[in-house]
Design a protein. Structure first.
Ligand SMILES: [Ca+2]
Length: 197
């Protein structure tokens, strides 16, 4: 189920470095844009909030439902046939919900984002993913399932904690209309996103 167009770039506060880059694009801005355009191939440069944010829609994400267990997104979307000779498609999509901050304590900015996976049948499955900045580029290191047809409302990163606000279902809800508000908090520990409360 599609929930509006991909909108990357409004759900976080730019660092001072990011703001500076936006005000004075110049050579620095051109370089940042060029690096962003190659997405996960952004290798060897110091990660910034801006370059990481722009790389997310072209990163490679582990996805158990995809062939080979990997979905490399293009413009925030990955599509493949749902099965041999299938007329339906598996679609993995980067939603507009993400937060930026240092998740693994190494001082470099990382991202927590939400992917949706529509396997081409019933259901759309939402996952919280952790993408950490490494020397050779951003890397998807951990996934936590948020559920089938939940409604994600916000993702925030603060002091290494990831908080997700969402609506989930009670026994009265139809799958298309979750009504129960939940706030879940995660921490990235040893490349696992653990729900801590
Ligand atoms: Ca980090």
């Amino acid at each position: 189920m599609e929930r509006g167009p991909l909108k990357v770039g409004f759900a976080f506060s730019l660092s001072e470095e990011g703001r500076e880059g936006m005000r004075h694009p110049g050579l620095h801005g051109v370089l940042a844009l060029a690096l962003a355009l190659v997405g996960c191939a952004d290798r060897g440069s110091k990660p910034t909030a801006v370059t990481l944010m722009k790389a997310l829609p072209s990163c490679e994400y582990r996805c158990a439902m995809a062939t080979g267990g990997v979905a490399r997104l293009t413009d925030g979307v990955y599509v493949e046939p749902a099965g041999p000779d299938s007329s339906t498609q598996l679609t993995v999509r980067l939603t507009e919900f993400f937060g930026l901050g240092d998740l693994n304590g190494d001082g470099d900015v990382d991202a927590a984002a939400v992917l949706s996976t529509d396997p081409g049948g019933s259901g759309t499955f939402y996952d919280l993913v952790a993408v950490v900045s490494e020397r050779d580029g951003p890397r998807h290191v951990a996934t936590a399932s948020l559920g089938d047809r939940v409604l994600v409302e916000a993702v925030r990163v603060a002091n290494g904690w990831v908080t997700v606000d969402l609506l989930t279902h009670d026994s009265e809800d139809s799958m298309s209309a979750p009504s129960v508000p939940l706030k879940q908090t995660y921490r990235l520990i040893d490349d696992e996103l653990l729900m801590v409360r």
